[in-house]
Structure formats: C-alpha cells, structure tokens
Design a protein around this ligand. Structure first.
Ligand SMILES: [Fe+2]
Length: 354
C-alpha cells in the first residue's frame, strides 16, 4: 500500500492529513519539522513525503533538497498556503513530484499521493530489475572467466606436452626451444610489444623446432660436422614444423612464425627465401633469439661458441640478416641489463585473459 510521511508544524493539520490517509489504508507517520522528518526517513523506509513549505528552521523546500541528495527515489509532495507560479517553478526545480494548495482537499491529497506512490513503485521495480540484471551479468562474467581460465590451462598443458615431445628425440633441441622462447619473449618485452604478442613469442619459441621430430635420429644426434645433404634434410624442419602446427588453434600465428624462423632479411634464408617486408615481426624476433641461443649453447657437433661470439654474429649482420631493432634490444639485454637465458618453462601464465 505504501508508507507516507506527513511533515507540518501545525499539529491539527498533521493529524488531519494522517487520519485522511490512514483511513484509506496507508501506513502514515507524522513529523513536526524537517529535522525530525529527516531522522524518521533515516530510520525507516518511506515511499512518499508530504511536506508543508513554511516551517520553522528548515523549510519544506530545504527538506526536499536534502532528501534529493540522500534518497533520490523518494517522492516528495509540497503543500503551500500561497500558490504562486514562482512556488510551482521552485518546487519542480528542486525535484518535487507535485504540489498541492492549502486548504487541502481530501480528494486532491489522495489523488496526488496515489500517483506519487505509483511512480515510486515503478521506480523501485525498475531498480530491482537493474539490480537483478547486474547480478546476472556479474555471474555471467565470472562464469566466462572460469571457463576461459580452464580453456587456457588446457591449451597451456597441450603446448607443454607438444614442446616436451622433442625431449625424447633430441634433448639438446628441446632445451634450446625453451631458452629461445624465453629470450624471444624478453626481446618482445624490451621492444614494448603487447603482453599478448610477448606470450605468443614465448609459446612459438617453445615449439619452433618441433619439425625436427620428423628428422632421422642419426642426423639429430650426429657428433662432428654434418655434410651438405644432411644439412638440406635438417633445413626441412621449418616447413615440417608448419605442417605439424598449422591446425593447432592458438591465438597467435605460431605455424607461420615457425615456418619463417630461418628466413633472413636479405632473402638468403629458408625454406622460401622471404625478404624483410614479407617476414612476420615475431619471426624476426625469434630468429635473433634462436641464433643467439644456438650459438651460445653446446651442441653434439661442437662446444659452445660463447655468448659474446653469438652477440657479435647478430651485431655484424644487423640490418642485412637480422632485424636491427630486435638486435639492438637483444644486445642491450645481455650487455647492459645482465640478462641470462633460462631453460625453464615460464612460471607465468602463457595466456592473458582480456
Ligand atoms: Fe630451427
């Protein structure tokens, strides 16, 4: 039915109005001034306030202004003894629902209160719906986040398994993939690339030599120099990697970058001989990380050439074979920032939830 608060400093008026409304079935309270009215409003939930304008201390308009600040949805009806256009304008300006002139007619009062209560009911309903909607939205977002996390975890473990497969056939290369992936993502971070691209570089690095699974074991583990034919066979690993990874659905161009990681800016690389502008940025970064890691680590056919020789190789061929920006930050990482290549799978999540 609705709860109404009557505010009037005139006792008889207060009681008359209260009785009018009570008899109609409304729950009604009365206050003799604005201060008492505010205290009651803070204690209890009301739907409509009917207040006199001229009262000692705070006027009805001032009370209305305070109500607007603390309870914007409460409907307020002003009562005035001298109805003028100015009073009406002021009442609307400060946000009164309506105003009625004294002497108060029972029928007018009931009509206005009923309409105000109806409006309050609609506003309350709208608010409840909005609240329910917000709650539903939050639940939905949480659910999506949980599912996305689960999906990412499953992708992460698939990548780990795939990357570790090479451990069985070629432990040297498996460790190399992890180190090159970590270095490539460190270069990406130094270049200011987005977190997504940085993680993509790490994942691609972890898988970039996967095509070597398809190579004969005797070539992979051969100590000493490899001949020209064997080298030609080894070179197929880039395209083999593409074939293995091309159907893997990941949010990065992993298969393409793997295919291009032995291309060189001047077109002297393999398998296609792509030139600068045709090579993906990620591949330009990965090739630098790959060369530096490969040269600085031990291989069955040679001992480590040392990090300094690896850095000299990329420095000398910067702009001709390797991307100058990637080379510059890679050199800075090792020479100025004390970067050390790590062999572990990244402890951070591969994936970022956006
Ligand atoms: Fe490779």
């Amino acid at each position: 039915m609705g709860k109404v608060l009557i505010v009037d400093d005139e006792k008889s008026m207060r009681y008359t109005l209260r009785e009018f409304l009570r008899r109609e079935g409304y729950e009604v309270e009365a206050a003799e001034d604005a201060v008492k009215a505010l205290a009651l409003l803070k204690q209890d939930a009301f739907d409509v306030v009917v207040t006199d304008i001229i009262m000692p201390c705070l006027s009805g308009v001032e009370l209305l202004e305070q109500i607007r600040n603390i309870m914007p949805d409460l409907q307020v009806i002003l009562m005035t003894g001298e109805p003028t256009v100015e009073t009406a304008v002021k009442a609307v300006q400060v946000g009164a629902y309506d105003y009625i002139s004294k002497p108060i007619l029972k029928s007018t009062l009931l009509k206005v209160v009923k309409k105000a209560l109806h409006l309050k009911e609609i506003t309350d309903k709208k608010q409840r719906l909005e609240e329910a909607n917000r709650h539903h939205q939050e639940n939905l977002e949480q659910l999506v986040e949980e599912r996305t996390r689960a999906l990412h975890q499953s992708m992460q473990s698939s990548i780990k398994v795939l990357a570790s497969m090479l451990d069985l056939r070629d432990p040297y290369t498996a460790g190399h993939q992890r180190r090159a992936g970590n270095l490539a993502s460190a270069i990406g971070r130094e270049l200011g690339l987005s977190n997504n691209v940085i993680e993509g570089l790490r994942v691609t690095g972890y898988l970039h030599d996967i095509g070597k699974i398809a190579l004969p074991a005797e070539i992979l583990a051969k100590p000493g120099k490899i001949n020209e034919l064997e080298y030609e066979i080894i070179k197929t690993h880039a395209a083999q990697g593409y074939t293995i990874l091309k159907d893997l659905e990941l949010p990065w161009p992993v298969a393409q970058v793997v295919c291009q990681h032995h291309e060189r800016l001047d077109g002297s690389g393999y398998p296609i001989g792509l030139k600068n502008e045709d090579i993906l940025t990620e591949a330009k970064i990965l090739m630098v990380a790959d060369v530096v890691e490969a040269m600085s680590s031990h291989r069955p056919y040679r001992t480590s050439l040392g990090i300094e020789m690896a850095l000299e190789e990329i420095e000398e061929n910067s702009g001709r074979l390797y991307d100058p920006q990637a080379v510059t930050v890679c050199l800075q990482l090792f020479r100025d920032k004390g970067y050390k290549i790590t062999d572990s799978f990244s402890k951070t999540n591969f994936f970022h939830i956006h």
